[in-house]
Write a protein that binds this ligand. Sequence first.
Ligand code: ATP
Ligand code: LTN
Length: 334
Amino acid sequence: MLNGKKVLYSGMQATGNLTLGNYLGALKNWVNLCDEYECFYGVVDMHSITVRQDPTVLRQRARNLLMIYIAAGIDPEKNCIYYQSHVSGHAELAWILNCFTYMGELNRMTQFKDKAAKHADNINAGLFTYPVLMAADILLYQADVVPVGIDQMQHLELTRDVAQRFNGVYGDVFTVPEAYIGKVGAKIMSLQDPSKKMSKSDENPNASIYLMDDPDTIMRKCRRAVTDSEGQIQYREEQPGIRNLIDIYSACTGKTPQEVVGEFDGQGYGDFKTAVGEAVIGVLRPLQERYAELAKDKGYIDGIIKANAEKAGYAAAKTLRKVQRKVGFPDRIR
Ligand code: ATP
Ligand code: LTN
């Protein structure tokens, strides 16, 4: 608990341009939950360097991501939106948690296997211990709830296991967090291959809708989305392309997949795809407009960055001091 509320933590990597999957699977839920919880939203730039980055591009993307959080509707004066690298406690706690995490556990992580296969020339130790840094992010703020897409569930289970293991040795130090997975949109698939998740690192630009795509581009991508030859709009596994478009439409409009099926009963794929395109454009337009405004106000964003780094640092230091004492590090002499 913090200020009488439960704590929420989540974060995103500043790698690539955000997709509709990131928005519907994560960001949208963040916005919906932010009044109920005391929230920390990290731009997890330390995670980003597990894959080689151009420093100028990373810095720019990290700032863009921070502005997207705000443009999506998270009030940065009520919620702590900050850069992970501005709070040294993340690295310090990650080291300690590394000593409470087994190699066997990390070996099982599917994101590590995927990323190692993709970056075979740079399978570094950071990529391997990436989930431990993520556990540190969450546990440092004593988070009760962590809204993420389904692909992060395995990392969250690991975080819970490590927290419980640590608590088992030292008493109740960490809050054991729960994942929050949205009812719709938790796994948006690629528009070009509905067996793969929509991902910001996909090489095919038609596979993903980017949050900053203009309306014509969004419509074109929706109309080109891979479907099937069944000719019926039904929500079932045998029609993964249509099912994905139903998920997108449903997440954008708030209707259930069953309502969507009813609404388009008997209509052709062409009309449905156009409706999906319009729904996505309608959801992204206000975000894009707010983003354009924020990008003009350097002073305001800098002020947010400074104030929130301090706020996050304060909360982090409290947990870190407790953990250091528990594991037996000597007190500082003041
Ligand atoms: P990358 O392609 O670089 O691995 P990504 O697009 O998978 O990136 P992340 O930065 O790993 O995105 O994820 C940010 C958040 O968005 C996480 O909570 C993740 O679960 C969610 N997310 C990512 N892709 C999707 C998707 N296709 N559908 C729903 N949620 C998603
Ligand atoms: N691993 C996550 C990003 C991430 C995160 C976190 C999410 C890093 N730290 C803490 C929630 C809570 C990803 O790849 N999407």
